[in-house]
Write a protein that binds this ligand. Structure first.
Ligand code: BV8
Ligand code: ZN
Length: 257
């Protein structure tokens, strides 16, 4: 792994440094994970009280799990959809929207399925793992964004297995499960953005899920800077030029000051 150019100085000595690098950047991208939504009240996956502590991902976020027990998988996703539909973007999301409005942030590449970057006002968003408010048919090409179609409320009250209005087959969450390929167009767009970026702001990811976690490595391999914000070290920290130990909402509030 390429040795970071700047010594990692923990704490907020780095916030000014990071703010300068972001302000001077030519092509800034953000790469976000569940941690950026933690302060919006959405549980992360691998943290202390993360989702995968209480549930086993192999039982809930794989095609085999859905084939074996669609009812259990839909219970899990409806439960998450209820929490996420009540969640609001936090300061970290809002700062990314502001950076895009200022013309500094070119794109947000997110692993999150919670739609909070869109709610915060970002326009150029790449959703590598899909979107929890979208459902798709397991058989035909039917897809529906329940938020846009206004059917979300009713869908969440329902306890039955949702059926495709076109062909009657089962509907599934339009998210990427383990063992499934990421959407080709999203992945290739994300990789080309990462190759163009001179700075990548990595927020709230443990950096353990691939191929998404390659994004900061690609920026690094192309001579770009990696700035990471996370309360604890992650799989990305070894290649971060700047590691700011802290919560996304709090640190990013400082970034814009
Ligand atoms: C693929 C679904 C191939 C949607 C998710 C062995 C066996 C099987 C598979 C593999 C294997 N080894 C590698 C693999 C591949 C596998 C993988 O990477 N597994 C890992 C776990 C080892 N990847 C896949 O299966 C991918 N597909 O490879 O397909 C293929 C190719 C071609 C053709 C066919 C097949 C698919 C990966 C996508 C899986 N889907 N979720 C959903 O239900 O949400 S994964 C899940 O993890 C989420 O999508 C999430 O986005 C993603 C990454 O997690 P993070 O976002 O990083 O969240 P995490 O909880 O881990 O970390 C939170 C961080 O926030 C922590 O660092 C914490 O410190 C920090 N934090 C906490 N509070 C705050 C904070 N930060 C800032 N502020 C705070 N306040
Ligand atoms: Zn169908």
């Amino acid at each position: 792994i390429l040795k970071p150019k700047i010594r990692k100085i923990l704490g907020n000595g780095m916030i000014e440094e990071a703010a300068k690098i972001i302000a001077r950047s030519r092509f800034l991208i953000a790469f976000t994970g569940a941690g950026i939504s933690a302060e919006s009240g959405i549980p992360t996956f691998r943290g202390r009280n993360g989702l995968w502590k209480r549930h086993r991902p192999e039982e809930l976020a794989t095609p085999e799990a859905f084939a074996r027990n669609p009812k259990l998988v839909w219970e899990f996703y409806r439960w998450r959809m209820k929490i996420i539909s009540k969640a609001k973007p936090n300061k970290a999301h809002l700062v990314l929207a502001e950076l895009e409005r200022m013309g500094i942030l070119k794109a947000v590449i997110t692993q999150n399925v919670d739609d909070l970057h869109r709610e915060a006002g970002n326009k150029n968003i790449i959703e590598l793992h899909g979107n929890i408010f979208r459902v798709k048919c397991i058989r035909c090409d039917y897809r529906e964004n329940l938020k846009e179609s206004g059917r979300l409320e009713k869908f969440l009250e329902d306890e039955d297995l949702p059926k495709c209005p076109k062909c009657g087959s089962l509907l599934r969450p339009d998210v990427v499960w383990f063992g499934e390929a990421l959407p080709e167009s999203a992945l290739s767009k994300a990789f080309s953005l990462a190759r163009r970026a001179d700075v990548c702001l990595v927020v709230g990811t443990s950096g353990q899920v691939f191929p998404a976690a390659y994004i900061p490595y690609i920026v690094k391999d192309n001579g770009g800077y990696v700035i990471e914000i996370n309360p604890s070290q992650s799989g990305i920290t070894p290649i971060a030029d700047i590691f700011i130990r802290g919560k996304a909402g709090e640190v990013m509030d400082e970034l814009l000051k």
